[in-house]
Design a protein around this ligand. Structure first.
Ligand code: ATP
Length: 233
């Protein structure tokens, strides 16, 4: 459903993404993996319409989305959960969630809120708490819950494991798997190569602005070169 062809992007004289090709089909969890500074955030910015592509095409269900505004991209159902849990700290949990349906899902806001609370009982318990006082893991849940309020057709998660303890990372990845099993395709942009490849169907390894390796997650997991570079094995 998402197709990226020959994508190039950067800042000024710096070219960060140098010709990316990838696709996410319905039902998949696709992982885009890479170390610090390789351009994961840049890719997310282009996919959400914040940074223009310099070259290439982005299609979502056949429709061109490169050059589209962030609002139009959200309206198409490509919903992005930003890195660093960018929630609104001085608004409560419920208000943060309701903002998620500002552009999409508004007419079913109550039903969607109920669904998010079913998925994250902890958010229901804390519905009136200021979001800024939630724990790191709870803030990450809130960011994902807010994305779900927009009735995503494809959810892009930007480093959901960032800053979480190992136990919480496991919980977060189990949750991502569950959302996917319920029918939601996911693009998972992560530094955590090992755990991402455990839940992903396919993976793309970003290095020097291009996808140095890609393939079924199981194949990548067993790749000696990848294990050497990313796992130190
Ligand atoms: P991390 O995992 O550390 O967040 P990343 O893979 O998300 O890293 P990006 O944030 O996409 O990496 O950055 C890729 C490269 O682009 C880096 O070298 C960074 O310094 C550079 N860069 C990012 N934003 C800008 C900007 N606004 N102007 C110039 N260079 C930038």
């Amino acid at each position: 459903m998402l197709e990226v062809r020959g994508l190039r992007a950067g800042y000024g004289a710096v070219e960060v993404l140098r010709g990316l090709d990838m696709a996410v089909a319905g039902g998949e969890i696709v992982a885009v993996l890479g170390a610090n500074g390789v351009g994961k955030t840049t890719l997310n910015k282009v996919l959400s319409g914040v940074l223009p592509a310099r070259e290439g095409e982005i299609r979502f269900d056949g429709a061109r989305l490169d050059g589209a505004t962030p609002a139009a991209i959200v309206e198409a159902g490509l919903i992005h959960v930003p890195e660093g849990r960018r929630i609104f700290p001085t608004m409560n949990v419920r208000e943060n969630l309701e903002l998620g349906s500002y552009r999409r899902g508004r007419s079913r806001r109550a039903a969607n809120l109920e669904r998010v609370f079913e998925t994250f009982p902890r958010l229901r318990e804390r519905a009136r708490q200021f979001a800024g006082t939630l724990s790191g893991g709870e803030q990450q849940m809130l960011a994902i819950g807010r994305g779900m309020m927009a009735e995503p057709r494809l959810l892009i998660l930007d480093e959901p494991s960032l800053g979480l303890s190992p136990l919480l990372v496991e919980e977060m990845f189990a949750l991502i798997q569950r959302l996917n099993a319920e029918g939601l395709p996911i693009l998972l942009v992560e530094q955590n190569v090992v755990q991402s490849l455990e839940i992903a169907t396919r993976g793309f390894i970003l290095e020097n602005g291009t996808f140095a390796m890609s393939g079924p997650a199981a194949t990548l997991r067993d790749d000696p070169e990848l294990r050497r570079i990313y796992l130190g094995l």
